[in-house]
Design a protein around this ligand. Sequence first.
Ligand SMILES: [Zn+2]
Ligand SMILES: [Zn+2]
Length: 267
Amino acid sequence: MRFIFLGTGGGRFVMTKQLRRTAGFVVRSGETMVHVDPGPGAVVYLNKVVGDPGKLSAVLVSHAHLDHSHDVPVLVEGMADGGRKKRGILIGSSCAINGCQDFLPVIGEYHKAMLDQVIVAEPGQEFRIGDLKVYTTPTWHNEPSGVGFTFSDGKYTVSYLSDTGYTDELGRELKKLRPNAVIFNLIFDGEERVPHTNMDTVRSVLSEITPEIVLLQHFGAKITMRKMERALARRIEEEFGVKTVALRDGDVVDLPPKRDRTLEAFI
Ligand SMILES: [Zn+2]
Ligand SMILES: [Zn+2]
């Protein structure tokens, strides 16, 4: 599987000031390509780095927050060749697809009608999208219906937890999935303003499972402006003895790493 991190920023200030890109990431396996959490700028960097949205098989939205969902309609319109074909799959949290509380749906009926399939995801489900298997995991966040996505090509498993604090339920699910790599949305280092991922969340997860590789992204404003990413990655690596990488915008990561190359060689 190839992971193309079009953007590695997260949270309202990084998004509105574009301190980092907020374009989400693309997962590619064989002929299958999915775009995960397309925040503002996703359509720009998808076109620049990968190609136009007509190449996507699916768009996955972990929750309704803007930094994860803003560009969904434009990607859907691209997947469906401007609406000329009924094509593509959209998988998203219940609030993202249908709206809830203070959230409008991230996509209207006009764009839903362009898709082959619109799926409301709940934790504990399993989907097949071409060459990829996708499992959903629970989140604890201030969007009540959010999910994480775990990707598998049958040989290697990568868990993207999305925005979430730690819960025992998440720990249990990850123990079952036994991911080889975990992607954390490390928006904060220490503070806990809302249920979200901080260093303690990472520690709690790594106390339950031992992946081979940890990838950090979706950094918030404090971590970005104080350039703390690499130091935080080093701290995790020292505490848990797991290879940990602070991702940068545009990084391309092949998982599993190619045998003749170190992880650094292709990041
Ligand atoms: Zn976020
Ligand atoms: Zn969020």
